[in-house]
Design a protein. Structure first.
Length: 138
């Protein structure tokens, strides 16, 4: 648990991350996992603990569209922000719309620096893995 000055440092972004990244890192939504066996849920994961970045996306489809979302991420603020952005963006989308997302769009939306471009690729890979799971269940 963070207290006092430590919390103030996190809220004030002492590391200079772009605002869209910092906002999603400090206030992520849709964090967690669906209970096992939840109907319509597909999971996609990318990265590795050895690389110090893992992103797990869960999309719950209903009527051919994403009805609910969850994510878990292990990594830097950019990796966590990518997971948060993807699940927010995914709501209401069809598989075809999801498949159109590219790492370049993630980088632009979150203002990801060149030295963190791999975080956007992590997001694209996790989403592709989820779509592969969707195709296997359809």
């Amino acid at each position: 648990m963070l207290l006092g000055d430590e919390m103030n440092q996190i809220e004030t972004n002492p590391f200079g991350y772009a605002e869209p990244i910092w906002e999603r890192f400090t206030h992520p939504r849709h964090v967690g996992e669906f209970p096992a066996g939840t109907p319509g849920v597909v999971t996609g994961e990318a990265g590795s603990k050895a690389a110090r970045s893992v992103l797990r996306l869960q999309l719950r489809f209903e009527g051919g569209r994403v009805a609910d979302v969850r994510f878990r991420a292990y990594g830097c603020p950019s990796s966590i922000a990518v997971g948060a952005w993807i699940v927010e963006w995914s709501l209401g989308k069809t598989p075809a719309e999801l498949a159109a997302l590219r790492a370049a769009e993630l980088r632009q939306a979150l203002e990801i620096a060149d030295d963190r471009a791999h975080c956007a690729l992590l997001g694209e890979d996790a989403l592709r893995a989820a779509l592969t799971g969707f195709a296997a269940t359809s």
